[in-house]
Design a binder for this molecule. Structure first.
Ligand code: NAD
Length: 383
């Protein structure tokens, strides 16, 4: 299969981890017989230096001519935040892409990889049940896009943010939820506040209507307050969660804490045509930029999501995820995901502290063992 990917590394560690994700994509292309054309574009401070804009038209043209966008991260050091190069850098880059391509849903997986339980804030008994969920957040409705008003009535200040949903917006999110569940354990939890909010009642009704097209998926409704509690008490019960913009904003960040590091989380924003932007949720980490120690896993997992959701390459996506899991199981750790980072001072002889490139080498080594037909690891003969 031939596909074109717009590659926007951005700033700071964005450049370093993107280099590694590209190496992984090249191995996947070789192994599975694909041709990925990678078109690099500038974004963030790097683009500002060259074009005087954080997301120049040249970059948008590259994105429009591609089948998907792989994004790194943008932004400068806090000490330079008032320089024109960095002012509104993240907003100008990412929001412009969101608006231009009308990304309608955001997907955030949260998984605790085996061997990584020590760095999760949750108890071992809770994690032993297996945490592997996907949170889908609607992106174009809710209070973020309603009328915002601030004023004074009878000497009392007030502020209001109107929250509205129409059925088309809900349908797009619901279909994304059911389709994603089909690729996983076939369970969808729709989260709302239907006991109080009118928009939530419409949400629940429309999701139920859409469910008739997916008889193979088990749907349950859950109130958002209960969902927040369940994410901490028993996250293993969830497969796919679909929810509105604000609830998703909050729940996906809560869920991202469970794996123990942002360096292990990927994210995807997709429009109703299946065109998507794939990026790690973390920033440009200027404190460690240029040192070769950044964790490349979030960027590599973002590339896996790109293959799954924009190119329908499920086997290839799983091969990357399995390789990441195997490298972690073998003990490879960048500085942000060691047990000592999580406050554990007991010695763990299985941990091998490595830098950005060596972590990717370990992942690629595992990927090379994958059978290109099944996506599973080939049995390795031992002496
Ligand atoms: P950050 O996410 O860049 O870093 C927070 C902490 O996490 C730092 O200690 C950093 O070293 C660590 N960290 C982040 N990613 C890591 C990785 N892959 N491996 C190892 N450690 C990692 O947040 P920040 O320091 O508040 O922001 C730095 C810049 O990034 C700012 O300019 C901010 O505006 C920008 N930012 C951009 C995005 C984006 O591009 N989507 C998101 C958040 C922040």
């Amino acid at each position: 299969m031939q596909r074109t990917i717009a590659v926007l590394p951005g700033d700071g560690i964005g450049r370093e981890v993107m280099r590694e994700a590209v190496r992984v994509l090249k191995v996947v292309a070789d192994k599975f017989g694909h041709e990925f054309h990678l078109n690099e574009g500038s974004a963030g401070g790097a683009a500002y230096e060259k074009y005087g804009a954080h997301l120049p038209q040249e970059t948008l043209d590259i994105c429009s001519a591609s089948d998907a966008i792989l994004f790194g991260s943008v932004g400068g050091p806090v000490s330079e935040s008032t320089l024109p190069k960095w002012v509104d850098c993240e907003r100008n880059s990412i929001l412009t892409l969101r608006k231009t391509f009308k990304f309608a849903v955001n997907l955030r997986p949260a998984k605790v990889y085996s061997g990584m339980e020590e760095i999760s804030p949750l108890k071992k008994e809770v994690l032993d049940r297996g945490v592997d969920m996907l949170i889908i957040r609607e992106l174009l409705g809710d209070a973020y896009f309603g009328r915002h008003e601030e004023g004074e009535r009878n000497g009392v200040r007030y502020a209001s943010d109107e929250s509205e949903y129409n059925e088309d917006q809900i349908k797009v999110a619901a279909h994304a939820g059911f389709k994603a569940a089909r690729l996983r354990k076939k369970r969808l939890t729709s989260v709302d506040k239907a006991n109080v909010l009118t928009a939530s009642r419409l949400w629940r009704k429309v999701v139920k209507e859409v469910s008739s097209e997916y008889p193979d998926i088990q749907l349950e409704d859950m109130l958002v307050d209960n969902c927040a509690m369940q994410l901490i008490k028993d996250p293993a019960q969830f497969d796919v969660i679909v929810t509105s913009n604000m609830f998703g904003d909050i729940l996906s960040d809560a869920a991202a804490a469970i794996p123990g590091s942002l360096g292990l989380c990927a994210s995807a924003s997709i429009n109703d045509q299946g065109f998507g932007l794939y990026e790690p949720p973390g920033g440009s980490a200027q404190d460690i930029a240029g040192k070769g120690i950044a964790n490349p896993i979030a960027q590599i997992l973002s590339a896996a999501l790109l293959l799954r959701y924009s190119f329908a390459m499920e086997t290839e996506a799983q091969a990357i995820e399995n390789a990441v899991e195997a490298a972690l199981k073998a003990g490879y750790r960048t500085g942000d995901i060691t047990r000592s980072t999580a406050g554990d001072t007991t010695k763990n002889s299985t941990e091998k502290l490595v830098g950005t490139e060596a972590m990717t080498n370990a992942i690629i080594e595992e990927l090379e063992k994958t059978n290109a037909k099944s996506g599973k690891k080939e049995a390795v003969a031992t002496a």
